[in-house]
Design a protein around this ligand. Structure first.
Ligand SMILES: C[C@](O)(CO)[C@H](O)COP(=O)(O)OP(=O)(O)OC[C@H]1O[C@@H](n2ccc(N)nc2=O)[C@H](O)[C@@H]1O
Ligand SMILES: Nc1ncnc2c1ncn2[C@@H]1O[C@H](COP(=O)(O)OP(=O)(O)OP(=O)(O)O)[C@@H](O)[C@H]1O
Length: 320
C-alpha cells in the first residue's frame, strides 16, 4: 500500500497469533480467566495506515473485511483515540485497515489491528515511546494486544497480558483451516468451557505452562512441538462448532504432526515439518477435508512493524 505524498502517514504491518498452549485456570472476580499460554505470531498479516486528519475515521478493505465495524467500535480506532488521550495529542487520524487475518477466528485479528494502530500513531505523533511503554495501553484494549506489539513466541500469564519471552530458534510450518461460516465469540467460548467443566465436576487450580512445550521449542522439532500442543478451549469450541472435530481428524489422518484449534476458534492449525509437507497437506485438506479456506504460514514472525512512513518530502520504506 502507498500513501498520497501530500499527507503525513504511517503504515504498519501486523501478524495474527495462534496459541501453542492455552491452559485456562479459574474464573477470576473481574470475569477474566487466569491463563498460562504460549503465544506464537504467524505470517498472516493486516496492514494498518494512520494518516493525519481533521476528524477520526476508519475504513476497512481486504480479503477478510466483511463484518469488521468501520465505526467507533473498531478496536484500532479505539486504540488510536486512547493513545491520543493519554499523551495529550490534539490531532486526529484517518485509519485504513487492509484486512487478511480471519475475523472472530481465534487469531486475535482485532487485537492485532489495535497493536498496529498504537505503533502507527506513536510513530506519526513522534511520541518516542518504546514497545514496553505502549504495553499498559495495549493491555487496556484487550488481553492479546500486548503480545501483538512484540510478536515472536512468548509466555502469557495473568489474563494473557503479562509477557515473558521464550527461547525458540528456527521456523515452524503451519497449515490453517479457516471456517467458511461466521466466527466464534470469545466470551461465549470461555463461558462454554466453564459450563462443560461444571457439568463434569472439574475444578481447576492455578494454570502453569507445561515444561514439555517449552523444551520442544528449544529444538523446534515439529514432532515434539506437535505432540505438546494444548488448548483448554478446544473442547468448548468443538461443542459450539462440531465440524471442528472432523477438521482436526482430517488433518491428522493426512499426516500433520500436530493439530489444534487456535485460541477461541474456529480456525484450526496444523503443524508440519517442511514447506513441501505444508503444500501437500493444503492440497489434501482442500480435496478431502470439510469445506474451509486453506492457508499456509510460518512462525514465529515479528509483531507490529512500521513498513512505510510518508511526509511532504516523500515516502520512506522500511524492510520488515
Ligand atoms: C482466547 C485468547 O485469544 C487466547 O489468547 C484470549 O484469551 C482472548 O483475548 P482477547 O480477545 O484480547 O480478550 P479480551 O478482549 O481481553 O476479553 C474478551 C472476553 O474474553 C473472556 N476472557 C478473555 C481473556 C481471559 N484471560 N479470560 C476471559 O475469560 C472474557 O469473557 C472477556 O470479556
Ligand atoms: N479491527 C478489527 N478487526 C476485527 N474485528 C474487529 C475489529 N475491531 C472490532 N472488531 C470486532 O471484534 C470481534 C472479534 O474480532 P477478532 O477478529 O479480534 O476475534 P478473534 O480473532 O476471535 O479474537 P481473539 O483471538 O483475540 O479472541 C469481531 O467480530 C468484530 O465485531
Amino acid at each position: 500500500m502507498s500513501l498520497a505524498v501530500e499527507s503525513r502517514g504511517v503504515t504498519v504491518r501486523v501478524p495474527g497469533k495462534i496459541n501453542l498452549e492455552l491452559v485456562v485456570g479459574p474464573l477470576r472476580e473481574d470475569s477474566y480467566h487466569e491463563l498460562a499460554t504460549i503465544y506464537h505470531a504467524v505470517g498472516i498479516y493486516d496492514y494498518v495506515t494512520a494518516i493525519e486528519a481533521e476528524s477520526w475515521s476508519v475504513e476497512v478493505t481486504g480479503a477478510t473485511a466483511e463484518g469488521v465495524p468501520a465505526n467507533g467500535t473498531n478496536l484500532a480506532l479505539k486504540a488510536a483515540k486512547m493513545l491520543a488521550r493519554r499523551f495529550g495529542v490534539e490531532g486526529a487520524v484517518a485509519l485504513s485497515i487492509d484486512k487478511n487475518i480471519p475475523v472472530a477466528g481465534g487469531m486475535a485479528g482485532g487485537s492485532a489491528d489495535a497493536a498496529a494502530a498504537l505503533v502507527a500513531c506513536e510513530a506519526l505523533w513522534e511520541l518516542q515511546l518504546t514497545r514496553d511503554e505502549l504495553e499498559p495501553i495495549a493491555a487496556k484494549l484487550g488481553s492479546d494486544v500486548p503480545f501483538l506489539l512484540h510478536g515472536g513466541t512468548a509466555i502469557g500469564s495473568g489474563r494473557g497480558e503479562r509477557l515473558a519471552p521464550v527461547l525458540a530458534r528456527g521456523e515452524l510450518h503451519w497449515v490453517l483451516w479457516v471456517s467458511p461460516e461466521a466466527g466464534l465469540s470469545t466470551p461465549q467460548v470461555y463461558a462454554e468451557c466453564d459450563r462443560l467443566r461444571e457439568a463434569a465436576g472439574i475444578e481447576v487450580g492455578d494454570p502453569t505452562p507445561s515444561g514439555a512445550l517449552v523444551a520442544a521449542l528449544r529444538t523446534m522439532h515439529p514432532g515434539e512441538v506437535g505432540a505438546a500442543l494444548r488448548n483448554d478451549l478446544q473442547e468448548a469450541a468443538i461443542s459450539l462448532r462440531p465440524v471442528l472435530s472432523e477438521v482436526l481428524e482430517a488433518g491428522t489422518t493426512l499426516g500433520a504432526q500436530g493439530a489444534i484449534v487456535s485460541g477461541s476458534g474456529p480456525t484450526v492449525v496444523f503443524l508440519v515439518g517442511t514447506q513441501a509437507e505444508a503444500i501437500d497437506l493444503s492440497v489434501g485438506l482442500a480435496a478431502r477435508g470439510p469445506a474451509g479456506d486453506i492457508r499456509r504460514a510460518t512462525g514465529p514472525v515479528a509483531g507490529a512493524q512500521v513498513i512505510q512512513s510518508v511526509s511532504p518530502t516523500g515516502p520512506q520504506n522500511f524492510t520488515g
